[in-house]
Design a protein around this ligand. Structure first.
Ligand SMILES: Nc1ncnc2c1ncn2[C@@H]1O[C@H](COP(=O)(O)OP(=O)(O)OP(=O)(O)O)[C@@H](O)[C@H]1O
Length: 303
């Protein structure tokens, strides 16, 4: 369990994180989302005891993480995949960490196998691609077999097979009862990975809810209706309280009525339907809408 309470970080006049309060529960993959500059990395660094909060607290299993000796057994983290000594081999990097944290040497081979780097283990990290570095960072996080795992933008640089693998890995780690906290600035990366979401913007909490609750926030649900009798159906739906917008050839976009009700009305009035399709806003749309006011860096004159 990760608990954050009133967490605040100021850099001079700049408030990077402002009074954040949330918990990250075990047994779930929790996505940590926000536009660029929202304060995700700063929050994760405070949780890991790498940055000192200006105010508030962050604890892991009830204690500030800084107070934990042999930290890798308590929390595994991937913060910056580039942050590895390039002259070392993957094997040497993991072995040194295992020694410092009193982790058995056999774990080095186990985690290298787990992330698919067994073949590359004796190569220098300096020659690794970004995807390979991400895999090594994930291996580092797993090394101490910790109950709590934190990943900052772990999907960056992975190829499609790597993305699929990492999603499966996170789900498995959560199913084992661990706390898995994963940051991203892209909703599309989270929607197949996380079951709970914490969304921040400009350092403040915007949402803390399940993926299903988040999805229900989007623009109102609409129904696409395709019929050769659009002109006949439109007044019928309007009379029932629906709002109807023509949408190209023989198609209507209807809001305010369920697909089931539209089907019943069409049946009662003997109107032929070719298609009746409920449409929910995509999670990406819901995310954009939710964070629109807190996007810090916009291209061109979009602001
Ligand atoms: N050491 C620092 N000194 C001054 N300002 C900082 C420092 N670190 C971060 N910030 C500022 O704090 C804000 C939050 O940054 P942070 O890196 O935590 O955001 P993020 O959500 O991780 O963004 P990204 O997705 O771009 O990595 C940004 O405006 C950033 O410029």
């Amino acid at each position: 369990m990760i608990e954050v309470s009133g967490l605040t970080k100021r850099y001079g006049a700049k408030t990077a994180v402002n009074g954040l309060t949330f918990s990250v529960r075990p047994g779930h993959v929790t996505g940590f989302l926000g536009p660029n500059g929202a304060g995700k990395s700063t929050t994760l660094r405070m949780i890991l005891g790498l940055n000192r909060p200006t105010g508030g607290t962050a604890t892991v299993a009830g204690r500030p993480f800084r107070d934990r000796p042999r930290g890798l057994r308590h929390v595994g983290a991937l913060l910056d995949a580039q942050d590895v000594h390039g002259g070392r081999t993957a094997y040497a990097h993991l072995s040194a960490l295992a020694r410092a944290n009193r982790i058995p040497r056999r774990r080095v081979d186990e985690v290298l196998g787990e992330v698919g780097l067994t073949e590359a283990a004796r190569r220098r990290v300096g020659g690794f691609s970004l995807g390979m570095r991400q895999r090594l960072g994930i291996a580092t996080a797993l090394l101490g077999d910790p109950p709590v795992l934190v990943f900052d933008e772990p999907i960056n640089g992975l190829d499609p097979e790597g993305v699929r693998w990492v999603r499966g890995l996170f789900r498995r780690l959560a199913a084992e009862g661990r706390t898995v906290f994963v940051s991203s600035h892209l909703m599309s990366e989270m929607e197949h990975t996380a079951d709970h979401l914490i969304v921040i913007g400009r350092g403040e909490l915007i949402a803390d809810e399940s993926l299903a609750e988040f999805a229900a926030r989007g623009t109102p649900q609409s129904v696409t209706v395709r019929t050769p009798d659009a002109s006949e159906l439109t007044p019928i739906l309007t009379a029932e309280g629906g709002s109807v917008r023509p949408d190209g050839d023989q198609a209507l976009t209807v809001t305010g009525l369920s697909a089931a009700r539209i089907g019943e009305l069409a049946f009662q009035h003997r109107v032929l339907l070719h298609e009746l399709a409920p449409r929910t806003a995509s999670l990406e749309e819901a995310f954009m809408e939710l964070t629109a006011d807190s996007v810090e860096y916009l291209a061109g004159d979009a602001r």
